[in-house]
Design a protein around this ligand. Structure first.
Ligand SMILES: NC(=O)c1ccc[n+]([C@@H]2O[C@H](COP(=O)([O-])OP(=O)(O)OC[C@H]3O[C@@H](n4cnc5c(N)ncnc54)[C@H](O)[C@@H]3O)[C@@H](O)[C@H]2O)c1
Ligand SMILES: C[C@@H](O)[C@H](N)C(=O)O
Length: 396
């Protein structure tokens, strides 16, 4: 007999022994199988992969997860959809939001309307498209939330309740990002660990602590696979920030290239944790693919660097030496003064191998590499985006 036939016989003998010994046929075993079912193939133990192949009932291309991203037209969603589509297949990742998608996004893969406050619509999408994971990005950020507290309560709190209930009902894996804004003036600020006092002073922060606690409750009470990462300020070139306290760290790059004049809305010495978007998106994918039993917590801090506006100006001047900078703190200063200065993400690094790639120098290099062509080649400064879809600065 050939080696292949012997291999098959040995494999089936192993399955037979496993079946006989009930290792995977208990209710726990079935749970384990469905759990591994939505893992990336590389992360699956080999025997279970083999066994799943025999009983696989999913119709998804290559057994990849089907993902719904809410609020996907914001700063983080478009990039995450692109990363996940490369990994899981274009047709397996559904972008959704309440605004009309720009042509480049509409042409890039499935995009659907979904108001996070509309439970039935979300339910319909989950059932129709056989969704396995939700990445819940819809939110009003810190500064915008303070300007419209009732709306922030609806979107950030009621919206969360909808995705929690649906994830429980349909046994989905749910990712909800949290933030440095989930801490407050009573938290240790340098460094801020995962587990400490959380008494935020913004509706945004309060809604994120609520999300962390509700998600962890659903995990312990119902076994729902809830996961959350607390992000620092995220800095991106391809998309604009959505109205947060850390937005100055994106504005500076556009201002340096557009006018050479930058006004920081935070004081020169306000230190905040930050991260380049590629690190942020990589952390989401890596974290979502870690087997559930390897996670010691459901909510982890992640970060890459911490700097002040003055330190960022110094680094940006290495690329644009003529940059003029002023510091005119506004209402966002009060928020920043209550947030962590340095984030302790040692648990994420130890438990699931989180590692950032971009420090402040790497961040500035990549931001200028991406944004220079946008400002150099486009002769229409009022256009919000260049021909390749890269965004010019549009927010105040
Ligand atoms: N960007 C950051 O620096 C940062 C840092 C920490 C955490 N986060 C979190 O990551 C997530 C994504 O952040 P972002 O920067 O992309 O936010 P963003 O403000 O850029 O985008 C939020 C999106 O939510 C959508 N939205 C608003 N109301 C909605 C509704 N009723 N139904 C559906 N969608 C609605 C908006 O249209 C928008 O596209 C948020 O939960 C945010 O709290 C972001
Ligand atoms: C830090 C983060 O949550 C967001 N960029 C904000 O400033 O609101």
């Amino acid at each position: 007999m050939t080696t292949t036939v012997w291999g098959l016989i040995i494999k089936w003998l192993i399955v037979f022994v496993l079946l006989k010994s009930n290792i995977f046929i208990t209710s726990y075993g079935i749970y384990t199988i469905s759990y591994y079912d939505d893992c990336h193939p590389e992360n699956r133990p080999k025997i279970i992969v083999f066994f799943i192949r025999e009983i696989d009932h999913t119709k998804h291309e290559g057994n990849k997860p089907r993902v719904l991203i809410t609020g996907s037209l914001g700063q983080l969603g478009t990039g995450l959809a692109s990363v996940m589509r490369k990994r899981y297949g274009v047709q397996n990742v559904f972008m959704s939001d309440i605004i009309k998608a720009p042509p480049n996004v509409a042409a890039s893969g499935p995009y659907v309307f979904a108001d996070i406050l509309d439970f039935k619509r979300l339910q319909e999408l989950i059932v129709t498209h056989s969704i396995d994971w939700i990445v819940h990005f819809s939110a009003l950020l810190s500064a915008v939330g303070e300007n419209n507290v009732p709306l922030a309560m609806r979107v950030n709190i009621e919206g969360l309740h909808n995705v929690l209930e649906l994830s429980k009902q349909y046994k989905l894996k749910l990712f909800v990002p949290s933030t440095i804004g989930a801490f407050g003036p009573d938290s240790p600020r340098n460094p801020t660990p995962d587990l400490t006092i959380q008494r935020p002073r913004t509706i945004y922060g309060v809604s994120k602590v609520h999300a962390e606690l509700m998600g962890e409750y659903y995990f312990h009470r119902f076994g729902m696979d809830f996961r959350s990462l607390r992000f620092p300020g995220v800095i991106s070139a391809d998309t604009n920030p959505g109205g947060g306290t850390t937005d100055y760290a994106v504005h500076i790059f556009h201002d340096a290239l557009q006018t050479g004049d930058f006004t920081s809305f935070l004081r020169r010495d306000t230190r905040l944790p930050m991260m380049y978007i590629d690190d942020c998106l990589r952390s989401v994918v890596q974290f979502m693919e870690i087997p559930s039993n390897q996670l010691k917590q459901r909510t982890y801090n992640v970060t890459a660097m911490s700097f002040t506006p003055e330190e960022l100006v110094a680094e940006v001047r290495k690329h644009v030496p003529h940059l003029k900078a002023k510091y005119e703190p506004d209402s966002r200063q009060k928020i920043a003064d209550t947030w962590p200065e340095v984030f302790d993400d040692s648990n994420a690094r130890a438990d699931w191998g989180w590692k950032h790639e971009y420090d402040i120098k790497g961040l500035c290099d990549i931001m200028f590499e991406k944004l220079r062509p946008v400002y150099d080649t486009d002769s229409h400064p009022d256009n919000a985006s260049s021909k390749d879809g890269k965004q010019k600065r549009t927010t105040a």
